[in-house]
Design a protein around this ligand. Structure first.
Ligand code: FAD
Ligand code: DLZ
Ligand code: SF4
Length: 509
């Protein structure tokens, strides 16, 4: 029998079936959970994210105790708290004198690098176990990627469908097609019924955490109140049940839509629960499939949703671990412009950006198309330094961890990886935002104006981006048609676009 273990459980590992807990012995081994300043400040996370995780951690520790585990929980303001995983593990080793340390692999490269130093540092075996909450292990992804000229999500996704059996009809995809994305691009109308996510009432534990966060992190971005996130598995389950019943049937149709007064539309708002471990991603997908099989949700909704989780979510994680630590250093377009202040203040005349940033500040949430086609698209077109954009996305969302945030930001939104994750940049002019949202009707800029005073900035920036990066993009077959349009444009029109873009970018300083 192996000796007594100290089991370190991280804030985004609040899952009873976690591999490190499964490998430990209840009643004998000690579970260590630590609130540490370094995790809240290595980037200055949104106040709501810190409160969500601390409260989820405290509730989880209590649930483990109830289930018979010995739990050593270090609070942020406990005397002697050294403020880092390494410092707190060292103190706990002195307290408990374990023979080994058990931990489930972390989500971030930075933390893994620290973990790998622990065995030598503390003179103890440190077992880093696989995180089996993912369908595809890091090794399995590396095997899949090996020898492929191009890594494309769609092919990876098909393998995950086969592996999980989700939406399969024998060996074939349900409905005869793997992907129903083409049916998922309807703009939403304001008179449609939109369900609101479930609001959980803060209990005493959460209220105590809210006071702590207000006192310790007053200068961090974002509003702490009102706080309505669930912080337990039961609360997250209620949010899932509500989504299945109220929003899933329309999830597919309006997946790409944006509306000024509807911050959540038919999105699930489950990413923060899934990423922290309060919901099991595969179980969520099975529940979605069951809604389809029972005739309560159409196939385009169920397939669209399942693709986001067993496709995109698993795929970006695979890319992250395959390419770190270099992945976050990439800057394909050599973009250097500083992040404009309005990413923090929301003070801009651009109604779409103002809406996305205001809601991000208030909710620590924006849905995918806002992240990709509004704040992401602007940063791409304006040539903002990818590191600054990456840090912003890591700070501002309650669901943000580097393993999922970095490939989405640097790969999908900014094309900073030169096309490893996506086959072309998601660059779009104001026309796209106008088609998919109601933002433009309330904007100081005119989306129909292409250049000059009052023109929607996305219009000249779009062409300026393509012209500026012509040497890097012209050879991309998916952009051939766009460059043909640019080539056919009259010289003075092209010059107008470039001049308008330059004037806007100069004023940004
Ligand atoms: P829904 O629209 O309801 O989708 C269902 C689920 O699918 C989500 O809960 C999520 O678990 C998963 N999912 C959907 N799209 C993606 C994706 N592209 N990558 C991974 N999982 C996905 N997601 C994060 O979880 N954390 C991040 O830090 C994050 N940063 C992003 C940064 C940028 C620039 C972009 C473009 C996207 C980012 N995403 C991130 C992906 C996506 O925007 C969010 O997962 C989604 O908006 C969460 O809201 P939801 O739960 O309502 O999602
Ligand atoms: C994000 C976060 C924060 C703010 N605080 C803590 C903490 O105090 N203790 C903890 O165990 N985890 C925290 N986390 C989550 C970690 O940052 C996360 O586990 C790592 O980034 C690895 O994914
Ligand atoms: Fe955004 Fe342009 Fe529309 Fe204004 S006009 S909301 S800046 S896309």
């Amino acid at each position: 029998m192996q000796g007594k273990a100290l089991v370190l459980v991280l804030g985004d590992q609040v899952t009873p079936s976690l591999s490190s807990l499964a490998a430990a012995e209840r009643g004998r081994d000690v579970v260590l959970m630590v609130e540490v300043a370094e995790e809240a400040t290595y980037v200055r996370h949104h106040k709501k994210k810190i409160a969500f995780l601390f409260s989820a951690m405290r509730h989880f520790a209590e649930a483990l105790r109830q289930a018979g585990w010995k739990v050593d929980y270090v609070r942020l303001d406990d005397p002697g708290n050294r403020g880092s995983f390494t410092g707190e593990l060292e103190r706990a080793i002195t307290r408990h004198k374990p023979e080994r340390v058990l931990v489930t692999e972390p989500g971030e490269w930075r933390v893994r690098a620290a973990m790998e130093s622990w065995s030598e540092r503390f003179g103890l075996p440190v077992e880093i176990l696989e995180d089996d909450r993912f369908l595809c292990s890091r090794e399995a992804f590396a095997d899949w990627a090996e020898g492929r000229k191009q890594l494309r999500m769609e092919f990876f996704y098909r393998e995950m469908r086969r592996k999980s059996g989700l939406l399969m009809d024998g060996g074939e995809p349900e409905g005869g097609r793997w992907n129903f994305d083409a049916e998922n691009r309807k703009p939403a109308k304001t008179d449609l019924f939109m369900p609101k996510p479930v609001h959980s009432e803060p209990d005493e534990i959460t209220r105590e955490v809210l006071d702590l966060v207000a006192e310790r992190f007053p200068d961090h971005f974002g509003d702490l109140q009102p706080f309505w996130f669930a912080v337990t598995a039961e609360g997250a389950e209620a949010a899932l049940a509500h989504f299945l019943e109220e929003a899933l049937p329309s999830f597919g149709d309006y997946q790409d839509a944006m509306l000024s007064d509807e911050r959540f539309l038919y999105h699930s708002v489950l990413s923060l629960y899934i990423n922290a471990g309060l919901l099991d991603p595969l179980e969520v997908c099975r529940r979605v499939e069951a809604e389809y099989r029972a005739g309560r949700a159409p196939l385009n909704a169920a397939e669209g949703f399942i693709r986001q989780i067993i496709g995109w979510r698993e795929y970006v994680r695979g890319i992250y671990w395959l390419k770190m630590p270099d992945y976050v250093e990439q800057n394909f377009f050599e973009a250097v412009r500083p992040l404009p202040d309005f990413y923090w203040t929301a003070e801009t005349e651009m109604a779409c950006i103002r809406a996305a940033v205001t809601q991000t500040k208030e909710e620590a949430y924006a849905h995918h198309i806002q992240r990709l086609m509004v704040t992401g698209n602007f940063a791409l077109l304006a040539g903002i330094d990818p590191k600054a954009v990456h840090e912003w996305y890591l700070v501002v969302y309650a669901d943000a961890y580097e393993w999922v945030e970095a490939p989405n930001t640097l790969g999908m939104a900014l094309f900073a990886d030169g096309g490893l994750l996506g086959s072309k940049p998601y660059a779009a002019s104001g026309n796209y935002i106008n088609k998919m949202s109601d933002y433009c009707s309330g904007c100081a800029y005119d989306v129909k104006r292409k250049t000059g005073e009052g023109a929607c900035p996305f219009n000249p920036l779009y062409w300026d981006f393509l012209a500026r990066n012509e040497d890097k993009l012209r050879g991309n077959p998916r952009l051939a048609q766009i460059y043909r349009t640019w080539d056919r444009m009259a010289d003075d029109k092209r010059a107008d676009y470039r001049k308008s873009a330059a004037a806007f970018l100069d004023a940004l300083r």
